[in-house]
Design a protein around this ligand. Structure first.
Ligand SMILES: Cc1cc2nc3c(=O)[nH]c(=O)nc-3n(C[C@H](O)[C@H](O)[C@H](O)COP(=O)(O)OP(=O)(O)OC[C@H]3O[C@@H](n4cnc5c(N)ncnc54)[C@H](O)[C@@H]3O)c2cc1C
Length: 432
């Protein structure tokens, strides 16, 4: 296993603002950095802007399904992910109460987001994209160039993550500048920070709806030696000897996924009712409640670095493209992560969008206005997002809906035990 070194800005904020870019991408998570790789490879000038300093953790189970693995391979980073210590996952062990079900699944990989996202950003730089870290960006709808360019306001943040100092830190902390791009991408995850309300109208140009009773995501990484070498309670209760199992524990107020990941950690990622956290007064206490419902030893206090959390998970934005701005990845809307497709959707979306944008920019040439080409790409992207929601997210929604009802969940799980052909179709659909 090799440690994943960090990654630094390739230019300063003022250098970024001195030129006009083909594409400006806000957010260097899986969605943004994948798009940066694909567009830079096609010869476009790409500025990738990230508010944090990498490597950074992010709330995620870190499981890459077959489709995600194929996307990583196509982008030329799969070998590096394996060399960084990605763990093979080939079985799903579901527990509700004292009932256990263990099923074989198509192979997945488990990799920390700090490792994966750093590999992707480094690749984007290698193929020609420019990267500006510790800088938050917002779309400035009042700033339109004569050729219709999108304006973005950049604010550098200094060394926000407390990691090793970057070249940027000493020079430009907390400065502000404006950058022009032909096309802007918002790949900022569940936060909507880059999208401001229009100053001219009181209406929100990017309305988003959070579903009632939406859960929130939480995560902690626990060192393997604490769980495996302790007094043996967790090792046995969580079947930690089965290194390639993804464990899902279902409780009445949420569910928790546990998998071994690179760097010698177990990734604990859960979707919880916000009311559960209020009721139990803290995230570790809510996780312990879930574990107690599954008759397992309590674990909350074993996480010295604490739990990270997300905003509400299930939301949708509409439209997802207008006026040369495109939303990508979780920024488009998201559903609960029980079957862990988020990263594969993000990468598949980046691949599809990169072809449309390449086509649009090639049709209009490098200079002058982009006209109809970009409009066509906006229409196509709105259409694609609609289909994605209907077809691909439907299983995820269905599964997430079932696990809210303990009795129904128990019947569904037993039914799947009795009907292997149905189970295999469902598992294939959910994990490929
Ligand atoms: C509990 C949980 C478990 C999950 N488990 C899995 C799993 O096992 N497998 C799977 O495939 N998916 C999983 N997901 C989903 C997955 O994490 C997301 O779908 C995926 O991270 C989406 O990637 P993204 O690039 O859209 O957003 P993100 O990964 O969130 O990246 C967004 C980036 O934008 C940056 N940013 C935000 N605002 C700004 C700004 N204004 N300026 C500059 N930068 C900005 C952020 O710092 C961040 O780095 C899980 C999600 C949750 C909540």
């Amino acid at each position: 296993m090799i440690a994943s070194p960090g990654v630094s800005s390739t230019l300063t904020q003022s250098e970024a603002c001195d030129r006009r870019w083909d594409v400006g991408i806000i957010g260097a998570g899986v969605a943004g950095s994948s798009l940066a790789i694909l567009l830079a490879r096609q010869g476009h000038s790409v500025l990738l802007i990230e508010s944090q300093r990498f490597p950074r953790e992010k709330v995620c189970g870190g499981c890459l399904n077959q489709r995600a693995i194929a996307s990583l391979d196509a982008m030329g980073v799969l070998a590096e992910c394996m060399a960084a210590g990605a763990i093979d996952i080939d079985a799903l062990r579901i527990r509700q109460g004292t009932h256990e079900h263990r099923w074989a699944i198509p192979k997945m990989l488990s990799l920390r987001r700090s490792t994966l996202d750093t590999i992707l950003v480094r690749k984007s730089i290698e193929v020609g994209a420019h990267y500006l870290d510790q800088t938050s960006a917002i779309i400035d709808s009042s700033e339109r160039g004569s050729s219709g360019d999108v304006g973005m306001r950049l604010r550098s943040q200094g060394n926000v993550s407390g990691g090793p100092s970057s070249t940027l830190e000493s020079r430009e902390a907390n400065t502000l500048c404006k950058v022009r791009t032909r096309i802007a991408i918002v790949a900022a995850g569940l936060t909507r920070s880059p999208l401001t309300r229009s100053r001219s109208t009181s209406q929100d140009a990017w309305p988003a709806k959070t579903e009632p009773h939406s859960r929130i995501g939480v995560q902690a990484l626990i060192p393997a030696e604490i769980l495996e070498d302790g007094d043996g309670r967790w090792r046995e209760a969580l079947y930690l000897h089965a290194k390639s199992d993804l464990r899902m524990l279902i409780g009445s107020e949420g569910y928790l996924g546990v998998s071994l990941t690179d760097g010698g950690f177990y990734d604990f990622a859960a979707a919880l009712d916000p009311a559960s956290i209020n009721r139990h007064r803290s995230i570790p206490a809510a996780i312990d409640h879930l574990l107690s419902e599954c008759h397992l030893p309590l674990i909350g206090l074993l996480t010295p670095d604490g739990w990270k959390s997300t905003p509400h998970l299930t939301r949708r934005s509409w439209p997802v493209a207008q006026d040369r701005v495109f939303l990508l990845g979780d920024s488009m809307g998201y559903v609960e992560p029980f079957t862990g497709e988020g990263m594969s959707w993000a990468m598949a979306g980046a691949a599809w969008l990169s072809d449309r944008l390449h086509d649009a920019m090639s049709r209009s040439g490098k200079v002058g206005t982009d006209g109809q080409g970009v409009k066509d790409a906006e229409i196509a992207w709105n259409h694609w997002a609609g289909i994605q929601r209907r077809r691909q997210q439907s299983i995820c929604r269905w599964v997430a809906g079932q696990v809210r009802h303990p009795t129904r969940t128990s019947w569904v799980l037993q039914g799947l035990d009795w009907l292997p052909p149905v189970r295999n179709i469902l598992l294939r659909k959910a994990t490929q």
